[in-house]
Design a protein around this ligand. Structure first.
Ligand SMILES: Nc1ncnc2c1ncn2[C@@H]1O[C@H](COP(=O)(O)OP(=O)(O)O)[C@@H](O)[C@H]1O
Ligand SMILES: [Mg+2]
Length: 218
């Protein structure tokens, strides 16, 4: 089996930036790495992503949203994550099941039990070996995310960025609670630091934790 690393945190905390840096770091050391993201990661799940992040879909009910995430995840695990882990790869996923707990339970208030059961079904036995929580104040993260959205062409994936600040604070607190409950799986990093300092911690911790068989030259 490979090694499964997920990245979590509020909008604009730096997940995508750090996931890409880590992918490059591992790849240049000859470690088979698959970089993917949620929602999405394969063609069917990417179609669901477009529905989930479209700011025009303001009328989406919390339950419909939850089930779309679960559907996208089920497809992504089947098509991408499980086969890559079976092939002995390091899989880096930009958001995964903890995001559903943070956003749909802590953020939207859906019963945690329903979410945990759906996650178990969608994940099909796959669970992260390491989860990197890039923790940052939502005000700072949203300001960064807004700059990124304005600078990016194509569809404006901003349904969550348009949520009220209190929602993002509940999400951040939810993530911190999850990390406190599972300290062995989570690595919590201060996302207000600069990109290079954050990456220095991540690359060091990943190099230590990655199984011997996978880090021949790491
Ligand atoms: N530590 C950081 N300090 C300052 N800016 C950052 C930092 N990390 C990321 N950014 C910038 O903030 C924006 C959002 O980062 P991104 O990695 O897309 O966040 P996320 O994927 O968590 O939403 C990007 O324009 C990125 O270049
Ligand atoms: Mg991102």
């Amino acid at each position: 089996m490979g090694y499964f690393i997920t990245f979590e945190g509020v909008e604009g905390c730096g997940k995508t930036t750090q996931t890409k840096l880590l992918s490059k770091f591992l790849t240049t050391r000859g470690i088979g790495t698959v970089l993917t993201r949620e929602p999405g990661g394969c063609p069917i799940a990417d179609k669901i992503r477009a529905i989930l992040l479209d700011a025009e879909n303001r009328a989406m009910s919390p339950l419909a949203e939850l089930m779309l995430y679960a559907a996208a995840r089920a497809q992504h695990v089947t098509e991408v994550i499980h086969p890559a882990l079976e092939a002995g790869k390091v899989v880096l996923c930009d958001r995964f099941c903890d995001a559903t707990v943070a956003y749909q339970s802590f953020g939207r208030g859906i019963d945690r039990d329903i979410i945990d059961k759906l996650n178990i079904q969608a994940c099909q036995g796959v669970s992260p070996d390491l989860t990197i929580l890039v923790d940052c104040d939502p005000t700072l993260g949203l300001a960064r995310a807004r700059r990124r959205i304005e600078a990016t062409s194509g569809p404006r994936e901003e349904r969550f960025e348009l949520e009220e600040l209190a929602f993002h604070h509940r999400v951040r607190d939810g993530y911190r609670q999850l990390a406190a409950d599972q300290p062995d799986r989570f690595l919590v990093i201060d996302g207000s630091d600069n990109i290079n300092n954050i990456f220095a911690i991540i690359s060091k911790q990943v190099s230590i934790r990655i199984p011997e068989a996978l880090r021949a030259v790491c």
